[in-house]
Design a protein around this ligand. Structure first.
Ligand SMILES: Cc1cc2nc3c(=O)[nH]c(=O)nc-3n(C[C@H](O)[C@H](O)[C@H](O)COP(=O)(O)O)c2cc1C
Length: 397
């Protein structure tokens, strides 16, 4: 994946700079052409010669160094760079990147780069949690930077808290991830629904289904990785949401309907992957329903059809994707759903396959549009998510 990629490894003046030598070595071993640029302050922590030995290139620090091939080396380095990773990223250098300050070789070159950029902030917890730093990180995210979450633990200054640079293998994985996922959804607002709903009968009982939320969460995570602003409307699940999505937690089908339809107008792409209850108890009992010796029957009322409602209010340039989870006549039912709900694409999957449907980490999707029908092979839900997003972007072209 990384073979032949030109990586700019930027190192600023933090105590974690020594770890970047390992990262540098891993990138070189993976076949990357690595150019290291250090801030003047970073050279107090680790010597440029270490990186020169690892990369085979002169480590750059000085924009006005006369001893090089081109007079505008910052531009020539930026031109050939496929990916920038700043590790460690000091509070100072993050502030400069966020505000377009270009007063040394690193900040000047990065400002001239229009490729993928990753920063690994590393600093004292109070520096990290300072609202100024938080705002700078938000700004960088809005400009499309990937900001890696620092780890928590004992810091070099003796404090315990958040601010440690992740280990080199985590940084390396982030580079692999960034290279394999293009930022082709930057600027798009994406709404994803996921998980089951719970329809309460009384204060202690509810009707639900087996949805784990894994498919919808994978879609939300994939869209966020590709640069989209993601809102994830989620029923109750037991999995971790993607770090970069705005989470709206709901319980019932009615709450999901309200949360989704309220936000629909602000989104370019809407993907309904939630398993929403079709029926809800007609009457809710304020008190626990007491058991008796006789049978009990429950009257159910139809819930609101969210996908249908979205199809009716769909705006021009908005792409609507529904999911069809079936146990029989999967494709036939999915094709009908595409038309009746005025959706642009339906992802059909079966509930009763061995490695597909609810709870599993894998799935087989058939993507159905008005002109096309593609059945994907068995793959992880993350891979399914990317293939579905590829298909949606193709529709929008
Ligand atoms: C021993 C020592 C360790 C430091 N560690 C960090 C750090 O981990 N993160 C950080 O943001 N600043 C750290 N600083 C402060 C920065 O070095 C300082 O803000 C400097 O101006 C950053 O310059 P640069 O961003 O151009 O590399 C440290 C300073 C010293 C003296």
């Amino acid at each position: 994946m990384l073979k032949g990629k030109s990586v700019l490894l930027g190192i600023s003046g933090g105590i974690a700079a020594y770890k970047s030598a390992y990262l540098c070595s891993m990138l070189v071993k993976a076949g990357c052409d690595v150019q290291v640029i250090m801030t003047e302050n970073a050279t107090n922590f680790v010597g440029p010669a270490t990186f020169e030995a690892l990369t085979g290139h002169r480590t750059l620090t000085d924009t006005f160094d006369r001893n090089h091939e081109f007079s505008t080396e910052h531009v020539s380095v930026a031109d050939k760079t496929d990916l920038v990773i700043i590790a460690p990223a000091t509070a100072n250098v993050l502030a400069k990147f966020a505000h377009g300050i270009a007063d040394d070789m690193l900040t000047t070159t990065v400002l001239a780069c229009d490729c993928l950029k990753i920063a690994a902030p590393a600093m004292n917890t109070r520096m990290y949690e300072n609202p100024v730093t938080s705002d700078n990180l938000k700004t960088l995210k809005a400009y499309g930077w990937d900001i890696l979450e620092p780890a928590s633990g004992r810091l070099a200054c003796g404090d315990v808290g958040k601010g440690r640079m992740p280990e080199p293998d985590v940084l390396f994985d982030a580079v692999v991830q960034a290279v394999s996922s293009p930022k082709d959804m930057t600027g798009l607002n994406v709404l994803v629904s996921a998980g089951p709903t719970r329809e309460a009968l009384d204060p202690v009982r509810f009707i639900t289904n087996h949805s784990s939320g894994k498919m919808g969460y994978a879609i939300a995570g994939a869209a966020a990785t590709r640069g989209a602003h993601v809102t994830l409307v989620s029923g109750p699940v037991a999995i971790t949401p993607p770090a970069d999505a705005d989470i709206v937690s709901v319980e019932s089908a009615q709450e999901m309907y309200n949360a989704v339809t309220d936000r629909a107008g602000k989104n370019d792409i809407i993907i309904m992957a939630a398993a929403v209850a079709d029926y809800t108890p007609l009457h809710y009992s304020d008190q626990k329903i007491k058991k008796s010796d006789s049978d009990y029957s429950l009257e159910l009322a139809r819930t609101k059809d969210i996908l249908k409602a979205l199809g009716e209010i769909k705006e021009k340039n908005q792409t609507l994707c529904g999911f069809a989870m079936e146990t029989e006549n999967v494709l036939e039912n999915a094709r009908k759903k595409l038309i009746s709900k005025k959706a642009d694409i339906i992802a059909a999957n079966t509930a009763n396959g061995e490695n597909t449907g609810f709870k599993t980490d894998t799935n087989i999707l058939t993507l159905i549009t008005k002109d096309n029908e593609t059945t994907l092979p068995l793959m992880t839900k993350e891979e399914c998510a990317h293939r579905l997003l590829d298909a949606i972007l193709e529709l929008r072209r």
